[in-house]
Design a protein around this ligand. Structure first.
Ligand code: NAD
Ligand code: TYD
Length: 351
């Protein structure tokens, strides 16, 4: 029997890498990508696999319970990998309601429909919820988040993701829904929308625009190459334990300012610019409200239990990423037209 797997948010950054991996690696699965195609969703991200026999796309909104229920009744999915979300902290500060609706209500709609179609037969089924390390809050200089660190979200984005994580766990305990959750650190790589730090900086360097660094650039994030995350998702989906959570991270902490300086050096070389030219674009701007100081992930559980190891080191990953954006200027120009300009003005020019 062919398995039918639903991937939500498959036209987004991480989702497109997960769809690509599953379509190529599992020709005996039907992979159905459900995506609303918000500003962050783009079918160009999947051009290379769009004609594969085992790939299907449906445009739809997870916030619409009637649509979601009908969609599940039609396809009777064997598994769900849920990535659809509003994902950008700065936008959640400008407009929180989209985050409450999609990240919380949308997730509950998917949980309810999974319960409906799997009632009486939960064997071999799986609901996999993709989450973030931001639910754990902000660290001081030391320590790292483990799977048992208490939740302490501090932005509308992280609070909405924390809420959805709690609901997913509640459906496990209350209804025995076979769920699994992972909380991952900051991803980077090809196809990331240029509102996030690394692609925004690449785009601004390319266009000789200022690189906005919040506060003093002292905040620290742990960075993971997106394909390593997609591989972790594959492992957890197939081998994770029901009801369990797995932390995923790169063991790769960088202060924002150090990261941007490193990226500037890579870009200067690739663009044949004078060494130091891009660094001159760095501009310190007003800090993000409630800016979490530091995230760090202890990923020993997934490394030990599922034998996951990230394969792409940061130097290599950043170079691959810079190269990809330089080779895909058309993609970049397409996504930064229209809505992006308005967002950029609201976020950066009115600060
Ligand atoms: P993204 O913003 O690039 O993509 C989100 C996708 O969801 C888009 O294709 C969008 O069209 C779709 N979507 C949004 N609202 C929808 C709705 N109502 N119905 C259907 N589709 C909808 O996000 P991303 O960075 O790829 O993140 C994917 C998931 O991974 C999110 O759940 C996010 O919280 C989580 N995550 C992201 C990171 C990161 O660094 N980017 C790290 C850890 C976890
Ligand atoms: P971001 O890519 O938005 O991811 P997150 O907020 O989910 O960690 O931001 C990464 C870090 O970079 C974060 O500390 C905020 C900072 N940042 C800037 O300094 N300037 C920017 O223009 C952006 C988008 C982020």
């Amino acid at each position: 029997m062919r398995k039918t797997i639903l991937i939500t948010g498959g036209a987004g950054f991480i989702g497109s890498h997960v769809v690509r991996l599953f379509v190529k690696k599992y020709p005996d699965y039907n992979i159905i990508n459900l995506d609303k195609l918000t500003y962050a969703g783009n079918l160009e991200n999947l051009k290379d696999i769009e004609n594969a026999d085992n790939y299907f796309f449906e445009k739809g909104d997870i916030n619409d319970p009637v649509f979601v229920s009908g969609f599940f009744q039609k396809h009777l999915f064997d598994g769900v990998i849920h990535l659809a979300a509003e994902s950008h902290v700065d936008r959640s500060i400008l407009a929180p309601m989209d985050f409450i609706n999609t990240n919380i209500i949308g997730t509950v709609n998917l949980l309810n429909s999974s319960r409906e179609i799997w009632a009486g037969n939960m064997q071999e089924k799986r609901f996999y919820h993709i989450s973030t390390d931001e639910v754990f809050g902000s660290l001081g200089k030391d320590g790292s988040f483990t799977e048992t660190t208490p939740y302490d979200p501090r932005s509308p984005y992280s609070a909405s993701k924390a809420s959805s994580d709690h609901l997913v766990r509640a459906y496990f305990h209350t209804y025995n829904l076979p769920i699994v959750i992972s909380n991952c650190s900051n991803n980077y790589g090809p196809y990331q929308f240029p509102e996030k730090l690394i692609p925004l900086s690449i785009n601004n360097i390319l266009n000789q625009k200022q690189i906005p660094v919040y506060g003093k650039g002292e905040n620290i994030r742990d960075w993971l190459y997106v394909e390593d995350h997609a591989k972790a998702i594959d492992l957890i989906f197939h081998q994770g334990e029901n009801g369990e959570t797995y932390n995923v991270g790169g063991n790769n902490e960088w202060k924002n300012i150090d990261l941007i300086q490193k990226l500037c050096r890579i870009m200067d070389k690739k663009l044949n610019r004078t060494p130091g030219a891009s660094e001159k674009l760095i501009t310190f701007v007003k800090d993000r409200a409630g800016h979490d100081l530091r995230y760090a992930i202890d990923s020993s559980k997934i490394r030990k239990e599922l034998k996951w190891v990230p394969l792409v080191d940061f130097e290599k990953g950043l170079k691959l990423t810079a190269e990809w954006y330089l080779q895909n200027k058309e993609w970049l120009n397409n996504v930064i037209s229209g809505e992006y300009e308005k967002y950029y003005d609201d976020q950066y020019l009115k600060r």
